[in-house]
Design a binder for this molecule. Structure first.
Ligand SMILES: Nc1nc2c(c(=O)[nH]1)N[C@H]1C(S)=C(S)[C@@H](COP(=O)(O)O)O[C@H]1N2
Ligand SMILES: [Mo]
Length: 412
């Protein structure tokens, strides 16, 4: 029988041998003999008062942090990854949302910030943040992924954690005005087919987007219930569900309607995909279905053989995730994982599968399928189709090798 089909929780306990209670005691019927609970110091004294200065922070026992990715060309052109290996559920706390800045984080006074909408429109507009707050608003849960997430086309490193391989991925509830609402207000002319979005940062990041790709686009001013963080584009960003992160222009200050793509630096020299024949794919907007196991993953250490939960994240820029399969034998056999409800379109989906580790080597992988029927490919299939010249859009199956001693390492 392959390890993946060994019955998992046939016994009475997940943690036989743990909790200071022996496995044989658990197996026996009747009341358990447990040592008396001590009354700890934190029960004998009152705790501290309310949070000061008023904005709460995590317990001092928690040490979560974003982690810088590759060394930046200059200090402002940096990125940091979300610690996916330590997070739960699907929402990324605002202080841990990944960051990617091409010209640093500007300190923008919202009173002075303006959004200009012009070009092929009937009524060009200059809007303040107060103006925007008066429009009808929406809140939607969506992932954001940098297309440069997962540096796996040419390189691999056994020391990588999931923060290094998939950390340019986060998920939040985004609130703001639907772009369609604003476009109605300015009156898009019939000859307009593309728009340009421009940021107010020192990079003045600009990207072109066809109007046909704007489904669900939000002019977002809030993230998980509070104003955007400066790192995420305070006071205003474009948010484009399911599309490569680069298009979600932060510190948004200008939208121009036109009748063709604007061919900016970021869509000509950057954010194109060099194919094996030397041509480049341009305007590869959609993030294809992808998944990764976050527990156990690189850097984790399993203490002893027994019951564990395999858990991870799946997402697709094309819609809902319909299934995630997990393999613990390097892709020989696959089993369906449970998907945490609600499964939302273009949002992270948490998957889980109980697993009994027999103490031997195991290669843990996941593969996701979305509602279009697209299934996450193997690395081999991706490379066969697209070669190894690319930088962006790696969505291949990824693995974690559990060694006999319980250490967990990345394998390509
Ligand atoms: N104005 C501006 N917008 C920007 C960027 C930037 O440097 N400047 N970086 C882009 C890139 S490459 C990505 S992946 C996302 C990252 O968003 P985040 O930092 O909120 O995670 O923002 C995009 N929008
Ligand atoms: Mo990015």
């Amino acid at each position: 029988m392959p390890p993946s089909s060994v019955p998992l929780f046939g016994r009475r306990s997940f943690l036989a041998g743990a909790l200071g209670v022996s496995g044989s005691a658990l197996a026996a019927e009747g009341p358990l003999q447990v040592p008396a609970l001590q009354v700890p110091i934190w029960t004998r004294e009152p705790g501290r008062g309310v949070a000061s200065p008023g904005y709460g922070v995590p317990s001092s026992f928690e040490r979560l942090a974003r982690k810088p990715r590759t060394a930046p060309a200059f200090p402002g052109a940096a990125s940091t990854g979300t610690p996916l290996q330590h997070l739960h559920g699907t929402i990324t706390p605002n202080g841990l949302h990944f960051e990617r800045h091409h010209g640093g984080v500007p300190a923008i006074d919202p009173e002075q910030h303006r959004l200009v909408v012009h070009g092929l429109v009937a009524r060009p507009l200059i809007l303040t943040m107060d103006d925007l707050a008066r429009f009808p608003s929406v809140s939607r849960l969506h992932f954001l992924e940098c297309s440069g997430n997962t540096p796996a086309w040419q390189t691999t490193n056994p020391a990588w954690t999931v923060q290094d391989t998939h950390g340019l991925l986060s998920c939040a509830e985004w609130t703001g005005v639907e772009l369609a609402t604003l476009l109605d207000e300015v009156g898009v002319r019939p000859d307009a087919t593309w728009l340009l979005a421009e940021g107010a940062d020192a990079a003045a990041m600009t990207r072109s987007l066809p109007l046909s790709a704007l489904d669900g686009a939000i002019l977002a001013y809030a993230q998980n219930g509070e104003a955007l963080r400066p790192e995420q584009g305070y006071p205003l960003r474009l948010f484009l569900p399911g599309l490569e992160g680069n298009l979600s222009i932060k510190w948004l200050r200008r939208i121009k309607l036109g009748d063709r793509p604007f061919q900016t630096r970021e869509e000509t020299s950057k954010y194109t995909d060099l194919m094996p024949d030397g041509t480049a794919r341009q305007f590869t907007f959609t993030m294809e279905a992808k998944s990764v196991v976050t527990t156990p993953s690189g850097g984790h250490q399993l203490k002893e053989p027994g019951a564990y939960e395999i858990s991870g994240l799946a997402w697709s820029g094309r819609g809902r995730i319909t299934g995630v399969e997990v393999s613990v034998d390097g892709g020989v056999s696959w089993r369906p994982a449970a998907l945490q409800e609600p499964v939302l379109s273009r949002c992270l989906t948490r998957f889980r599968l109980p697993w009994r580790w027999d103490g031997g080597p195991a290669l843990i992988q996941s593969r996701a399928t979305d509602e279009t029927g697209y299934r996450q490919p193997t690395r081999e299939a991706l490379v066969a189709a697209r070669g190894t010249n690319s930088i962006y859009h790696f969505n291949g199956i990824y693995g974690w090798q559990v060694a006999a001693g319980g250490s967990v390492r990345h394998v390509a």
